[in-house]
Write a protein that binds this ligand. Structure first.
Ligand code: NAD
Ligand code: UGA
Length: 431
């Protein structure tokens, strides 16, 4: 259905992406956020997150007046459907912090008209949609679960071409209305409880897959095998699938760590142990120690006197997001052991300099200067441009350095040719 009046609450990765894409689809879209500075910048056409195609869609939505940003909830009074896209971070016990969701629901109860539909897009534990529905039923407001599956750095593309559209509802009319707002895609309908569990189950499965690969990498390095060949074979089996089989420094970002923790917390509430997810988290927690041990073992100087250069700080390539970045965890482990850290990232300008200083990381906006005098260079993010660096020039800056390639990004022969010691992740002669 085009031409609906929609609202979006939260202008972060999910909310802003949803808002610009819903406006692109012809829906009159109002996006509410409590962050006044963010609302002001977005209203001025400044993209506040780093996503391909976002600046153009934002500009078009504002120019055609299909898209508005505000801090005022009463701007949602005439909306047909409102998507809740606020953050649900981890509490200290691993559970999802639902305060922002509850605050948004409290505001909606006072402004929405009877017959409106609220779609919960934030990732929330099983039972939340029904609880919110009970709260809003007296106001004649319907509530459905509509979890989001977009990936950062592909957010707009994922919204435009979803591999699945998930709607959890016992009631057809609000579910059909919400489904009609999305681009065409494979629609999956189920109960709110199933939809909520399916979202956590999907992220946790991805985490399990990567941790399994990282454990296999340890075995391959010791047994003289190559994990990239092993996963190439595994991935050729369509029952396994080729994605999410890349060894790395561990999985991070704003979702996989918090969602695995929340799933385990939900399991505990229901008296169910999820050992696969527990061990995926344990494997992940051990990655930084394993990488720091490798640096410690292979450089010629004591680690407390060593200079280490990190190549990559973001949690994956294609974004400036460093939330829960495994690169920062590895840097913290090296810093704890006394190493002096410099770092280069292609998106350094978009990373909070204060946060780097607090982590004792010297950010350098030039990879060659960053590598000057390094005893070890650790590749932590899979930026393809690291492959194209002039490695002979780096070898001049850091003669004899050990290169620990946690992402298996570089060409071992090129590095050996210029006199650098190359260690791949889960490869013969690596770590
Ligand atoms: P985010 O932190 O980038 O953005 C959240 C936004 O909500 C912020 O702008 C914040 O100011 C705003 N906000 C907080 N409380 C508010 C309130 N009461 N009213 C209005 N605005 C409020 O978060 P995100 O990464 O977009 O994630 C949002 C939700 O979507 C989370 O539950 C997350 O797990 C889920 N999710 C995220 C992704 C992703 O790739 N980032 C993908 C799928 C699902
Ligand atoms: C993840 C999911 O992929 C999305 O489907 C989901 O919507 C989102 O979480 C969410 O719920 O928020 P995202 O956090 O953007 O998306 O990141 P991913 O692309 O999944 O990467 C997560 C981490 O795993 C990164 O640190 C990445 O480098 C690492 N990774 C990924 C590997 O180490 N190996 C791989 O093979 C793949």
């Amino acid at each position: 259905m085009s031409g609906s009046r929609v609202g979006v609450i939260g202008a972060g990765y999910v909310g802003l992406t949803s808002a610009v894409c819903l406006a692109e689809r012809g829906h009159d879209t109002v996006c509410v956020d409590v962050d006044e500075a963010r609302v002001r910048r977005l209203s001025d056409g400044v993209a506040t997150i780093d996503e391909p195609d976002l600046p153009e869609l934002l500009e078009r939505g504002l120019r055609t007046e299909t898209l508005h940003f505000t801090t005022r909830y009463d701007a949602l009074a005439d909306r047909d459907v409102v998507f809740i896209c606020v953050s649900t971070p981890s509490m200290p016990d691993g559970s999802a912090d639902l305060r922002a969701v509850d605050a948004a629901v409290g505001e909606l109860a006072t402004v929405l008209r009877a017959g409106a539909v609220v779609a919960l897009k934030s990732t929330v534990p099983v039972g939340t949609t029904r609880r919110v529905a009970d709260r809003l039923r007296g106001n004649g407001i319907h509530v459905v679960s509509s979890p989001e599956f977009l990936r950062e750095s592909h957010a707009i593309g994922d919204f435009r071409h979803p591999d699945r559209i998930l709607i959890g509802s016992d009631d057809d009319r609000p579910a059909d209305l919400v489904a009609s707002l999305y681009p065409p895609g494979r629609l999956l309908r189920m109960s709110p409880e199933s939809a909520e569990v399916a979202k956590y189950a999907s992220n946790a499965f991805l985490a399990v897959k990567i941790s399994y690969t990282n454990s296999l990498a340890r075995l391959c390095a010791r047994a003289g095998a190559d994990v990239t060949d092993v996963t190439r074979c595994m991935g050729a089996d369509i029952r396994i699938g080729a994605h999410f089989l890349q060894a790395g420094p561990g999985w991070g970002g704003s979702c996989l760590p918090k969602d695995t923790a929340a799933l385990l917390h939900t399991g505990r509430e229901y008296g169910v142990v999820l050992p696969e997810v527990e061990s995926a988290r344990a494997t992940n927690a051990a990655q930084a120690v394993c990488i720091a041990d490798t640096v410690d073992r292979t450089i010629g100087t004591p680690i407390s006197e060593a200079r280490v250069t990190a190549l990559g700080l973001t949690f994956k390539a294609g974004t400036s997001d460093v939330r829960d970045s495994p690169a920062l965890t590895v840097c913290a482990e090296l810093a704890t052991r006394g190493a002096a850290l410099s770092a280069y990232d292609p998106r350094l300008a978009g990373i909070d300099g204060e946060m780097l200083r607090a982590a004792a990381i010297v950010g350098v906006d030039d990879p060659y200067l960053a590598a000057k005098g390094a005893d070890a260079i650790v590749v932590l993010t899979e930026w393809p441009q690291f492959r194209e660096l002039d490695w002979a020039r780096i070898a001049d800056q850091a003669p004899g350095a050990v290169v620990v390639d946690t992402r298996n990004l570089l060409d071992a022969a090129t590095l050996a040719d210029v006199g650098l010691t190359y260690l791949g992740n889960g490869t013969r002669g690596g770590f």
